[in-house]
Design a binder for this molecule. Structure first.
Ligand code: NI
Length: 186
């Protein structure tokens, strides 16, 4: 399967509400997921939503590397590569926390984005079963970032202070180690 080009901010496919998947077990969805996984690996991302490869469907592939999670937080857990079809998010509480995000559709950029600290999310698997889990911290952030892609939302639209929007390359030159944004992009 060819590696598909990733849509960048400004492309209309990233601004649409993506269509629900009627049958998660359909062969076309399996083929879409395979293409997404390949494109994500090629781009060295940890998550990708179907609109990012120009397909306006509610499908996300996501992995949560253990090293990115908070070992003190039992709900901020690592997760192997997981396919989320028709995902839904419910915030648990009003608390939001800010952290750096990057996105394969905004190459080279990073910004501080407030997100719900704790969520419950559910999704259909490729075999059509509905699953659900609770997540917090980085895990919850990654899910919120990916699911936003399905509603035409890119992370700068969630930022409350655009002064932190920056090119990673410039930040590396001028920031202290603690402020270094992490590399993985979604
Ligand atoms: Ni993204």
């Amino acid at each position: 399967m060819p590696i598909l080009k990733i849509a960048r901010m400004g492309h209309p496919v990233l601004q649409r509400i993506a269509d629900s998947v009627a049958d998660p077990t359909a062969p076309e969805i399996r083929a879409l997921v395979d293409a997404m996984i390949e494109s994500m690996a090629e781009a060295q991302g940890i998550g990708l939503a179907a609109p990012q490869i120009h397909v306006s469907r509610r499908v996300v592939v996501l992995m949560v590397p253990e090293v990115r999670t908070d070992p003190e937080d039992p709900e901020d857990t690592g997760m192997p590569l997981t396919v989320l079809i028709n995902p839904e998010i419910e915030p648990l509480g009003d608390e939001k926390i800010g952290d750096w995000e990057a996105c394969l559709s905004l190459p080279g950029l990073t910004g501080l984005v407030p997100r719900y600290k704790r969520i419950r999310y559910s999704w259909s698997t490729l075999s059509g079963e509905r699953e659900e889990r609770i997540a917090s911290g980085f895990h919850a952030r990654a899910v919120q970032h990916e699911c936003d892609h399905l509603d035409g939302i890119l992370y700068p639209m969630r930022m409350t202070d655009l002064s932190s929007l920056a090119f990673v390359e410039e930040m590396r030159r001028f920031s202290s180690d603690q402020e270094q944004p992490r590399r993985a992009a979604e």
